[in-house]
Design a binder for this molecule. Structure first.
Ligand SMILES: Nc1ncnc2c1ncn2[C@@H]1O[C@H](COP(=O)(O)OP(=O)(O)OP(=O)(O)O)[C@@H](O)[C@H]1O
Ligand SMILES: [Mg+2]
Length: 263
């Protein structure tokens, strides 16, 4: 659960302005969907949040603190493809999520810590529908299964912010619908703030609490590099999600009973 603030952020590569004047406050536990044409800077935006790139101007704050200039376990990420390690089994990939979280200390887990991580990974795999697949290698899984594995690995790192870069874009519609249900459930059950890039507007509206669009104000070919994209639309989506309803209800009555509040 984390609040994210972009404070007049610009990103330029040499003379090429990719993003300009990005000012944005994302509330804790939001599910933010980001849409926009190809090349408008969506992945660049995520990479700045991840700490792989830094803004050329402006700053990014997470919970009021300027973002550390390197990737950290606070932020998990699932890319469109190839997020998992092909030479590790399904189970090893998820346990690795925990080892990466501790990477700065030991890089590996042993003894009881390893057993605990393994138990947790098994439970998480069952939750994403991969029970029984633990000893397979990713190549033996379908695309949808690989993305669910990537999701389990990212969540195993215990991030406060989950970044998704078109994670479901390559999947068949039926499998996508299943993953949407899973994604919603994981988001409802955790304290995650999610930022998801998608090309699919219906996916954005189905999952997100807020949808923002990036667009260039000027888009003639000769202007394309001199003007970056910026936020052109910002839509709050109602109704609020289950966990939000539950939190509001709890705050109001001191009880935790979402059913009474139509969630
Ligand atoms: N490391 C880099 N060096 C130079 N230019 C870059 C770099 N990374 C991205 N760009 C440029 O920034 C622009 C935005 O790229 P980005 O990948 O963020 O777009 P996108 O919105 O994610 O596109 P898509 O929807 O196709 O994934 C592109 O013109 C790209 O060439
Ligand atoms: Mg991209």
């Amino acid at each position: 659960m984390s609040a994210i603030r972009f404070d007049n952020v610009w990103k330029e590569y040499g003379d090429h302005i990719v993003l300009e004047q990005i000012t944005l406050d994302v509330e804790p536990r939001a599910f933010l969907a980001l849409v926009g044409p190809s090349g408008c800077g969506k992945t660049t935006f995520l990479r700045m949040l991840l700490g792989e790139e830094s803004p050329t101007r402006g700053q990014i704050l997470v919970d009021g603190v300027p973002l550390s200039p390197e990737p950290s376990a606070d932020r998990g990420v699932v890319f469109q493809r190839y997020s998992v390690f092909p030479h590790l089994t399904v189970l090893q990939n998820v346990v690795l999520g925990r080892e990466l979280q501790h990477a700065k200390i030991t890089g590996r887990l042993f003894g009881s810590a390893k057993r605990a991580a393994t138990d947790e990974a098994m439970a998480l795999l069952a939750e994403v529908g991969l029970a029984g697949q633990e000893s397979k290698y990713p190549a033996a899984l379908s695309g949808g299964m690989q993305q669910r594995l990537a999701l389990a690995q990212a969540i195993m790192r215990g991030p406060r912010i989950l970044l998704l870069d078109e994670p479901f874009g390559a999947l068949d519609p039926g499998i996508r619908a299943d993953i949407h249900v899973l994604m919603k459930r994981l988001w409802n059950e955790t304290e995650l703030t999610v930022v998801m890039v998608t090309h699919d507007l219906s996916e954005a509206f189905r999952l997100a609490t807020r949808v923002i669009a990036f667009e260039r104000n000027r888009n003639r070919p000769e202007e394309r590099e001199r003007y970056g994209a910026t936020i052109s639309r910002d839509l709050e989506i109602y109704p609020r999600r289950t966990a939000e309803v539950r939190r509001l209800a709890t705050n109001r009555s001191g009880r935790d009973d979402p059913a009474k509040h139509g969630a």
